[in-house]
Design a protein around this ligand. Sequence first.
Ligand SMILES: *[C@@H]1O[C@H](CO)[C@@H](O)[C@H](O)[C@H]1NC(C)=O
Ligand SMILES: *[C@@H]1O[C@H](CO)[C@@H](O)[C@H](O)[C@H]1NC(C)=O
Length: 326
Amino acid sequence: MAAKNLLLLFISLFLTVNLVSAQLRRNFYAGSCPNVEQIVRDAVQKKVQQTFTTIPATLRLYFHDCFVNGCDASVMIASTGNNKAEKDHPDNLSLAGDGFDTVTKAKQALDAVANCRNKVSCADILTIATRDVVNLAGGPRYEVELGRLDGLSSTAASVEGKLPQPTDDVNKLTSLFAKNGLNLNEMIALSGAHTLGFAHCTKVFNRIYTFNKTTQVDPTVNKGYVTELRASCPRNIDPRVAINMDPTTPRQFDNVYYKNLQQGKGLFTSDQDLFTDRRSKPTVDLWANNANLFNQAFVNSMIKLGRVGVKTGRNGNIRRDCGAFN
Ligand SMILES: *[C@@H]1O[C@H](CO)[C@@H](O)[C@H](O)[C@H]1NC(C)=O
Ligand SMILES: *[C@@H]1O[C@H](CO)[C@@H](O)[C@H](O)[C@H]1NC(C)=O
């Protein structure tokens, strides 16, 4: 009887340990690479000093990664002869090379430290780097949960229909985010990432030139902003030309994104509709008036985003090269 109880105790202990190891936690690398966060931070800071684009590019890369089969660095994989990878889906057009380069540089810095070499997953490096760019742009600093493995697959086909489009309304956005376990307020908070970054002119043509058969301009766009957008984005513009998503404080992580929406200065339909739709408007108003509440909501939503589709055990590994499977 006693032996049987002991056995049960062992089994349950074993299961508990397994469950815990399958969960994300702070200081996951305390034993293997205790300085991981400082090493990544230094590499990110150096890269930000070289080019500001590092900040929005890294934030966007994280979002794209997590929304397509979870936060597993599958977005980093380069295509090969027999596999067209996630990053080569047409929805990648907004991904600037600087986001990828941030992770690559941080990984190089980690690999230069003997005990850290190939001990930290690319998915975790991207998670830490994303937290750091938000903070370096003046946003809140928060504790990251770590312990993700890198994914074992990456296909362009898997991207289809997973990422929000500029033309999406609140219904569409809500359902896309719900598929990742994120609710309405979390969707509104993560949309606040558009306080940084840029978009290609062609993505707003529908709002300033070709709205519908009777009206050229989307009536929800602020009149002065229409003039500004038309000046920056003439019809015949080079499709590579980009404009700021937050026309007011484009290099500052702040709640001005929501103030812009109140004035009809959301760049995309997917931004402005957050103010037009009565379900999301109260939250937009609240965060436009209270930066602390927005910061708290953003941090909580980022931590929750970081839990999406995490790979553990046999579902992943630690890549030696973030851009290629081992
Ligand atoms: C995006 O995909 C295209 C092909 O569809 C590819 O040529 C381009 O390099 C990709 N962009 C990035 C940043 O990987
Ligand atoms: C075009 O949009 C305007 C403003 O929303 C609307 O009043 C009008 O009915 C629309 N016209 C067509 C043909 O959809």
